[in-house]
Design a protein. Structure first.
Length: 318
């Protein structure tokens, strides 16, 4: 099946976003010794500044969200941003980054199932088969050379929480961006996430005596800057641009490439090497994405939207 130019650009945006997200797993390994919650607050605070600068360049007009729209933004900030940033660092400190990728690779399947449940429709066979292939390929890619994956109970639990955050980015972000436009929704969510994390860091510090922030090392500063600009600012703009072009279900398939992008980033940093299992898993993931993308947008269930009375206004360009 041939794809039009809009769909091809959507696939390119999703692929680029996934590559940057994969790098976040490698970046997170450099922040294990840095104040976690305060560091993530700085990350989203910097991302908010970057987004405001970009909005100024684009001469973007922000829409004042309604209470219902703000609820979607709040949920996105709490789970897909603040929550995900914290649990990813915890997960990579309790188990290997490759093991975290096993959980993240199941995101396409979860997204398809939840999306269909909310829309009360049956997912298409092609989309479901593609999601299953992506999830299986991601797991195969993370198998050790001995054919087994070693999980710790805590690492598995935190990896599943990270999976929840990845799914929330797509499932909760779609209604917010549909109502407000991607740039407005992402900026509001980043500002909220930064505020939530700073408040949590201050409260936690007052109880435990842990510092809210400290002067970062060179590696820590580089990791925070990459997470703020690349993984937060650029990724969210690219990802929701892909959702607009491909739909929620097909864009969600690209989540299956996150573990493979993570492996590539870890290989570049010299902390991991690709195995035969990982190459086989990569091939299966690519087949699954290609198969799932055969579904036209009209055949995929629509994302759950905010109440009609709150999205009838003209949508700004972002």
């Amino acid at each position: 099946m041939m794809f039009d130019a809009r769909e091809r650009s959507g696939a390119a945006l999703a692929l680029g976003a996934v590559c940057l997200i994969g790098g976040s797993v490698a970046a997170a390994t450099h922040l294990h010794g840095y104040p976690l919650i305060g560091g993530q607050a700085v990350r989203y605070g910097l991302a908010t500044v970057f987004l405001l600068v970009w909005a100024r360049i684009r001469k973007h007009t922000f829409i004042r969200p309604s209470p219902a729209q703000m609820a979607w933004v709040f949920l996105l900030a709490a789970t897909g941003m603040a929550g995900y940033g914290v649990v990813l660092v915890y997960a990579t400190s309790m188990t290997s980054p490759g093991n975290v990728g096993v959980a993240l690779g199941a995101a396409p399947l979860i997204i398809v199932l939840v999306q269909s449940l909310l829309a009360q429709v049956r997912p298409s066979r092609s989309l479901m088969a593609g999601a299953l292939a992506v999830a299986c390929g991601s797991a195969v890619a993370q198998l050790s050379t001995g054919g087994t994956v070693q999980w710790s109970a805590q690492g598995f639990a935190w990896s599943c929480l990270a999976l929840t955050g990845v799914c929330a980015v797509t499932l909760l972000g779609a209604p917010a961006t549909k109502a407000l436009g991607s740039l407005s929704a992402i900026t509001y969510a980043c500002a909220l996430a930064s505020g939530m994390l700073f408040l949590t860091a201050v409260i936690t510090g007052s109880v435990t005596g842990t510092p809210v922030l400290r002067r970062p090392s060179g590696a820590e500063l580089s990791a925070l800057a990459f997470l703020a600009l690349g993984v937060t600012t650029v990724v969210f703009l690219m990802w929701y641009g892909a959702v607009e072009r491909l739909g929620t279900g097909r864009t969600g398939l690209f989540n299956g490439l996150i573990p493979l992008a993570s492996l590539l980033a870890l290989s570049v940093t010299g902390t991991a090497t690709a195995s035969l299992n990982q190459i086989a898993g990569a091939a299966l993931v690519l087949i699954g994405v290609a198969f799932g993308l055969r579904v036209r947008k009209r055949d995929t269930p629509p994302p759950r939207a905010a109440p009609a009375e709150h999205v009838t206004g003209a949508r700004p360009h972002s």
